[in-house]
Design a protein. Structure first.
Ligand code: SDX
Length: 428
């Protein structure tokens, strides 16, 4: 196997080193290309460009494989729980009993947020979107812990920020829900585990004993595990680039929350349910909506379909679809949206337009149906995605810092006006 690539520009040949990963992925290392040749590359959307070498998550888009630190997602979803997967992503290995117990204890002890922050919630308009609240609140956390802004802090100080973020995000998210519903806040109950505590803060009310449903706890654990990391996606790349300026972890995660909000990314889970409700309200004519999705002149896209990397099936969608069936059966819920979604998938996957482009259901296609069955309101769906993705964002930020990667600053090819002199206004 060769260890260089040759490019020829204007009859000159340049040799560039090749990088090969542990899964035999090959990349041309262009880190010195401009210095050697004066030439840069260009790749809108970075569809063919790697930003880093990472040891956290591997995915194979052609085979529909996803592994966290080498462990297949199917095995983690079946056998693990979210905090254990968070530990794995952050530390590179599954915890032993003592390590897991310590991590759970550390997180449990930091679930409270500074009391002053509750006033921030009162300042938002009623029904403010949870993602707008969450990105603001995560950034605001840094003002209560100003030392977190100091660049190059000791590892144990960074670890405290990591623990605080993982512990407090569920509290911040549940508060967003309660303040929007104008319902009384519930303080975390630290006798509960991570997922139970979140469900308690979301749905318990002071006057009643909250009945924890193991079906819902299991489904929530699975969903958070399946969302925990996904290599260099839009929001993770955002977290890395913001962190590369030595901005704090709070600032980097707040930026990640904002990037995730977009309907082409994490906001798709909300957009899918809104799309299914529109199709149901419109009479459920599948062919009409499939044709709209295929029509280049129609802005409508089949939300929850397609993926930058998976050109076969998204392994997470398969697990979530099965969990969807299980949860709705166990809860005795018959959701028309699931029926429409399943039918839509069947119709689309027989249609050349989708098959030729490798467009299959992605992680967002069925997740909203489970969230809805659990009682999560639609504009909280992406906040749940953020809750799941948090350990992945942090692990990726940590890797960027540990590898001392340079500040992210892409180049460009200028295509604007060439040099010209100023013209006084009365001569224009
Ligand atoms: C997530 O990157 C990640 O890992 C993200 C994520 C994660 O875990 O972090 O997996 C989470 O963001 C999942 C994706 C959620 N988004 C959606 O479901 C929105 C709908 N999907 C699309 O907008 C689209 O598929 C993207 C954004 C997901 C991917 O876009 P790409 O890779 O830029 O592909 P593209 O837009 O260039 O599409 C290629 C072709 C185009 O047609 P042609 O120009 O070749 O004729 O496929 C078409 C597109 O028009 N196409 C769709 C479509 N998605 C792509 N046509 C109709 N409906 C769709 N959903």
């Amino acid at each position: 196997m060769s260890d260089t690539a040759k490019i020829i520009v204007d009859d000159k040949t340049y040799e560039l080193p090749l990088v090969r990963g542990t899964e035999n992925e090959v990349a041309i290392d262009i880190s010195k290309l401009r210095a050697q040749t004066g030439i840069i590359t260009i790749d809108p959307g970075f569809k063919n460009t790697g930003s880093t070498q990472s040891a956290i998550t591997f995915l194979n888009g052609e085979k529909g494989e996803l592994r966290y630190r080498g462990y297949p997602i199917e095995q983690l979803a079946e056998n693990s729980d979210f905090l254990e997967v968070a530990y794995l992503l952050l530390n590179g290995e599954l915890p032993n009993h003592e390590q897991k117990q310590q991590f759970e204890t550390d997180v449990t002890r930091h679930t409270l947020i500074p009391e002053d922050m509750k006033q921030f919630y009162e300042a938002f308009p009623s029904h403010a979107h949870a993602m707008g609240i969450l990105s603001s609140m995560v950034s605001s956390l840094s003002t209560f812990y100003p030392d977190s802004q100091i660049p190059n802090r000791a590892k144990e100080d960074v670890q405290l920020t990591i623990t605080r973020l993982i512990a407090k995000l569920p509290t911040l998210a549940a508060l967003a829900y309660k303040s929007n519903m104008n319902l009384p806040y519930m303080y975390p109950d630290n006798s509960l585990n991570y997922v139970e505590n979140f469900l308690y803060m979301m749905f318990a009310v002071p006057s009643e004993k909250y009945q924890m449903d193991p079906v819902i706890v299991d489904a929530m654990n699975k969903l958070l595990i399946l969302h925990a990391d996904h290599e260099q996606n839009c929001s993770t790349s955002t977290v890395r680039v913001v962190g590369s300026s030595q901005a704090s972890l709070y600032s980097s995660i707040s930026a990640g929350v904002s990037a995730l909000w977009g309907p082409l990314h994490g906001g798709a889970n909300q957009a899918v349910i809104e799309m299914l409700e529109t199709i149901i309200a419109d009479g459920g004519d599948m062919d009409k909506w499939i044709n709209k999705a295929k029509d280049k002149n129609d802005p409508f896209r089949l939300m929850g379909f397609g993926h930058r990397v998976y050109k076969n099936f998204d392994p997470r969608a398969k697990i979530i679809k099965k969990a969807c069936d299980d949860v709705l059966n166990k809860l005795g819920i018959n959701d028309k949206a699931l029926e429409i979604a399943t039918h839509l998938e069947e119709v689309a996957l027989k249609d050349d337009y989708f098959v030729e482009r490798g467009l299959y259901p992605n992680v967002d296609f069925y997740s909203g149906i489970i969230y809805r069955a659990i009682g999560i309101p639609t504009d909280m769906f992406t906040a749940l995605f953020a809750l799941g993705r948090l350990p992945g964002w942090i692990a990726q930020w940590n890797e960027m810092v540990d590898n001392k990667e340079p500040i992210g600053r892409p180049r460009q090819v200028y295509v604007g006006a060439t040099k010209r002199d100023y013209v006084p206004i009365d001569q224009r």
